[in-house]
Design a protein around this ligand. Sequence first.
Ligand SMILES: Nc1nc2c(ncn2[C@@H]2O[C@H](COP(=O)(O)OP(=O)(O)OP(=O)(O)O)[C@@H](O)[C@H]2O)c(=O)[nH]1
Ligand SMILES: [Mg+2]
Length: 430
Amino acid sequence: MNPLNPTHDTGSGDRALLIVVDAKDQRESDANTEELRLLADSAGVKTADEMHVRRQYPDARFYIGSGNAEEAHLRVQETGANVAIVGADLSPAQQRNLETTTEVRVVDRTQLILDIFAQRARTSEGKLQVELAQLQYLLPRLSGKGIAMSRLGGGSAGGVATRGPGETKLETDRRRVRDRISLLKDELESVVKQRAVQNKARRQLHIPGAALVGYTSAGKSTLLNLLAGADVEAHARLFATLDPTTRRVDLQDGASILLSDTVGFIRNLPHHLVAAFRATLEEVTDSDFLIHVVDSAHHFLHEQRIAVDNVLADLGAQNKPVITVFNKSDLLSNQYELRRLVAETPDSCYMSALTGEGRQYLEALIQKMISRLMTRINATVPYDRGDLVALCHEHGRILSTEYVPEGVLIEAEIPPNLAARFEQYGITIS
Ligand SMILES: Nc1nc2c(ncn2[C@@H]2O[C@H](COP(=O)(O)OP(=O)(O)OP(=O)(O)O)[C@@H](O)[C@H]2O)c(=O)[nH]1
Ligand SMILES: [Mg+2]
């Protein structure tokens, strides 16, 4: 194994002081707090203590200010915490200064998310991406006094965010990290090329492709399992899914789509993280339409929807047709609120991916979307071109047939890339 590879040890037994940076707005502060707790929990870290800091502007040296840094030190000593997790993105210098003051490892939000990703990556592509993102995070932190290096104790010590590119200790320098980064980029590129070939083959199946998108824990994997009878892991932990999975979904009226499950989104996703996961998220940009799964029982559903829209915009996917699913309806007693959400959101429905209740409404929306993506033809196909009629059956939907002396008069919806084959026999309506 390459010494720079992530070591993936879990169950670190870390006890953390969570440092929540409160916003001006109470609701946002609550969202920050809840999310940081969940992130820590998802990384397998126990919370020893929680500290709230409020700052108008981040402090250049400590981010949370020197007074708060001192208090954090006291709290660490009182509670025996061995790591401090800050719910913000720290500069390398801020991180170093905080470590010096608190005398424990300091992990910021990006690093925490990367750590969860490292624990979840299963496919070689996922692992490559996580390692690349970790090294890119690490690189600017190597220039200092070596404190970031010394924390790379590697496998034996374990602990949250130590399963970074570990085992390297001081002998690793920036050059080696850079070499590794460019190697990883090359490897990723070849994986991406390979997938492009697969995707091309998939497209020749003429089945529309849809991608499930949504905030982490919204229920995307549960929905894929329901629709495709798949057994993708679904969990209350954040970022349960990292690697994309694609399954064929056969709808009740005979139409089919290829549905891809993707990594969940989160608020304030650092830009370089989005970039690192671009390949995984190609499922999103390559798809014909999106199914945005919303956790409608979540009190921050509005904020979460905005966060998802922002990531989609980052990916350049903001203009893709989208179906919105207000999921987890079984958890809501107030159906009025759900109906209101559906009424004000085009192409939306509410349902429960867990119980399957309301599934038919989603299927109807998917059907409508497929029709919209199809080209409608009106053609008189000669009797010796039964193959064309079969093509309509297989890849599209026949709306009506009539037998006339010249052949079969067909009105049908077919994938746009098949329409050319009918040109000489009729007209394309849309
Ligand atoms: N009550 C209820 N729980 C649900 C529903 N859909 C999903 N869940 C639960 O919500 C949690 C998260 O579900 P997942 O399907 O893993 O969510 P996800 O969107 O794939 O999450 P990530 O992969 O982390 O992005 C699990 O505990 C599910 O059982 C639902 O309709 N009702
Ligand atoms: Mg999932």
